[in-house]
Structure formats: C-alpha cells, structure tokens
Design a protein around this ligand. Structure first.
Ligand SMILES: *Cc1c(COP(=O)(O)O)cnc(C)c1O
Length: 388
C-alpha cells in the first residue's frame, strides 16, 4: 500500500509523463475579449462569458447596489436564514423566463446536477446518459444508486433500444449543448423517445441558456420543447449570464421536493444575495438585447467560414464553442502554447476531460468580440497551422 505522500507523487509524475499536467493562469483584469496575464495583454478565446455580461456596467452596478444593502455573505443556508429578497426575485424571474412554475437556485451547476440526480433517483431506477455528458451529470448518475447506462453520443435509436429493454422509472439526461464539442443534443428525438417509453428527460443547458433560441431561452426553446417534454431543466448562471451559480426549473412538486431533501441545496451556504441581484440584471439584459445573440451568431458564421477556407479541423458545431480537433494531447498543448506566444489565450482540452485521442483547442466566441478580433484569430491560427 502506497503512503499518501507516495500516492501524491505518483499522481503528479504520471500527469507530467502523459503530458496531462494542468496549470492555472492568473488573470489580472476583468473577464472580457482582452485580458491581462503576467503583465501582458491577450485576446481571450477561452471564456464561457458568451454574451459579454461578466463585467457589464449594469451587472456590476446591480452587484454593487445589492452588496451595499445586503452585505457580502448570505450568512446561512437557504433553509436557515440565508434566503433573501434578491434570491426570491431571481427565482421568480427564472421561472417566468423558462415557462416553468418554479425555479430553484444552487451555488453551482455541479451542485445542482449531482443534487437533483441524487434526489430524484432511487436504487432500481434506470438513468441513461449521453456518453459525452458533463462530468457533474455523470458523477451524479453514477453516485445516485440507480442503474446507470451511457448511450452513444447523440444516438436516439440506441437510446430507444435501451429504454425498451427495461422497466420501472427511467430518467434520460443530456447536455443541451455539449461543453467540449459544441454540438447540440437531438432534443426533439430524445423527447419523443422519452414519451414513447414513459421516461423523464433532464436537460443541462449550461451552454445553451441565454445563447440559443429566439429569446435566448436556450436549446429547449430552440427545439420547441416545454416542461411537458423536459420536466427537469438545469442551467448555470456562470456562463452566458456572466455571474455564478445555477438553477433547476420545473414543477411545483419537483422544486418543493428539492427544497425538502436535496443535500447539495440544504447543506450549503446560499449564494451571496448580490450575485443573485447581478444575475437578475443579466437576465434582463439578455432579454432586452437580442443583438448580442445575433452578433455572436454572426461571429460563429464568420469564424467557421474562415476556418473552413484554411482547412482547419473544425468540429460539427453551430454554437459559440468551436473546437479544433488535434488528437494528440502534446500536439494540442503545443498549439495552445504557440498561440499564447502570439498573444491569444485558447485552452488545450485533454483527457480525462475528453476521450483519449481527441485532444483539442477549445475556442469560444463571445458577443463582446469584434469581427476584427475573429479575423485576428483566424490569421494567427493560419500561421500556427502552416508551421506545424
Ligand atoms: C459548467 C458546467 C456545469 C457546472 O456548472 P458550475 O456552475 O460551473 O459548477 C454543469 N454542466 C455543464 C454542461 C457545464 O458546462
């Protein structure tokens, strides 16, 4: 048996040997298209601030104003005395916006996903997850006690076969937009399969909410699905809304049951009220300023057209996530480093976040980017790929 120090040393050595060692960069500026790291300015193509709201003056002002009234810490969990007026107001606004009776705030998307799966599922139930689902959904499903199956990515026919083969309560869980690939789940097909086999559908719309759909309602709005088809809707506030936290939206019974027994809701300190107030300002902005979605869609089109002309290894994505698949982890890291020297911040995504052999540069676009910045990105990518 290895001692703890030996074990830690082995883990670190192995990560280095495999070219999978991870290091953080430290930002010295607000999130935005231009960020400062170690005194140098970079063009940022790796944040999830898809609508450019993380440092928006109205969002910052709402945060500041609420901090002045409510202080910083929420002081307790929601069930003790940490639930305040901004939380309540945001929950009501999210419920109205998503067309659900209720919404419930969580401190993070990770907590929302693991918590709702643990609350909903029991031993003997069946949970079916797309194999490329976010780690929080896979962890939640695996630890739920239910029988857990992964189905091939986006494969409705395979899912139908598996649903038909089992009895009892069944839950199907997918990302609306897949976080590392940028493609969209076939939600209409999945919903039909669920209806035919008496299963519930849960959608994690971390990357679709605020971005997809005519009104920014997300990938379920884009697919024309409401609560009848998607009884469990989850989205995060830390991506397109530019703040932090997450929510689950659904029926009165779902939300009340979560308040009663969801461990990641009950046993944790409520989000700071000012974060809720800032999120409410973001939600208003995303409703008022449809141009952010239109501009972002324009940038995505411009990037894909340019990348196609250059013969870059684009993936099948219509979202703000535009990965370039490179395969080998060392190759992805080397490209990311070369781009860094050229003043671009783009993350190399490697196993275990993505399957072995599918390492990639994960480029993300934001409504805060200009067309010129996307052209600069294409120019630098062309130079890097030409020299490889
Ligand atoms: C980011 C993300 C989460 C986790 O949300 P946090 O608020 O960052 O914990 C969950 N699901 C998906 C698909 C995500 O991209």
């Amino acid at each position: 048996m290895a001692s703890f120090p030996e074990r830690l040393a082995t883990v670190l050595d192995r990560r280095r040997e495999d070219g999978l060692y991870r290091q953080r960069i430290t930002l010295e500026s607000a999130q935005g298209p231009l960020v400062r790291v170690a005194g140098r300015q970079y063009l940022n193509f790796c944040s999830n601030d898809y609508l450019g709201l993380a440092a928006h003056p109205r969002v910052v002002a709402a945060f500041r104003q609420a901090a002045a009234s409510y202080g910083v810490g929420s002081g307790a969990s929601h069930l003790v005395c940490g639930h305040s007026a901004p939380h309540r107001e945001l929950e009501e606004a999210l419920a109205a916006f998503t067309g659900r009776p209720r919404a419930l705030l969580f401190s993070s998307g990770y907590a929302a996903n693991t918590g709702v799966l643990a609350s909903l599922l029991r031993a003997g139930d069946h949970v079916f997850e797309d194999r490329l689902n976010h780690a929080s959904l896979l962890d939640g499903g695996l630890h739920s006690g239910a029988r857990f199956q992964r189905f091939p990515h986006g494969d409705v026919a395979a899912l139908r076969g598996r649903l038909a083969a089992v009895d009892g309560p069944k839950l199907v869980v997918v990302d609306g937009v897949f976080s590392m690939d940028g493609d969209t789940a076939p939600l209409a097909g999945l919903a039909a399969a669920c209806a035919d086999h008496d299963a519930w559908l849960m959608v994690d719309d971390a990357h679709g909410f605020g971005v997809m759909g005519e009104r920014g309602g997300g990938s379920t709005e884009a697919a024309g699905l409401a609560m009848a088809e998607v009884p469990v809707l989850m989205a995060t506030l830390g991506k397109a809304l530019g703040t932090a936290g997450a929510f689950i939206a659904g029926s009165e019974a779902l939300i009340e049951a979560l308040i009663q027994q969801c461990r990641t809701y009950v046993y944790t300190t409520a989000l700071p009220p000012a974060v809720a107030a800032a999120s409410l300002a973001s939600l208003q902005l995303l409703q008022e300023e449809g141009w952010r979605r239109e501009h972002l869609a324009g940038l995505v089109g411009r990037f894909r057209e340019g990348a196609e002309q250059l013969g870059l290894p684009l993936m099948d994505s219509a979202s703000a996530i535009q990965p370039l698949q490179l395969g080998d982890a060392a190759r992805a890291v080397s490209f990311s480093e070369r781009l860094r020297r050229r003043g671009l911040l783009i993350g190399a995504i490697r196993p275990p976040t993505v399957p072995a052999g599918t390492s990639r540069l994960r480029i993300t676009l934001s409504a805060a980017h200009t067309q010129e910045q996307v052209d600069q990105l294409l120019e630098q990518l062309a130079a890097c790929f030409a020299g490889s």
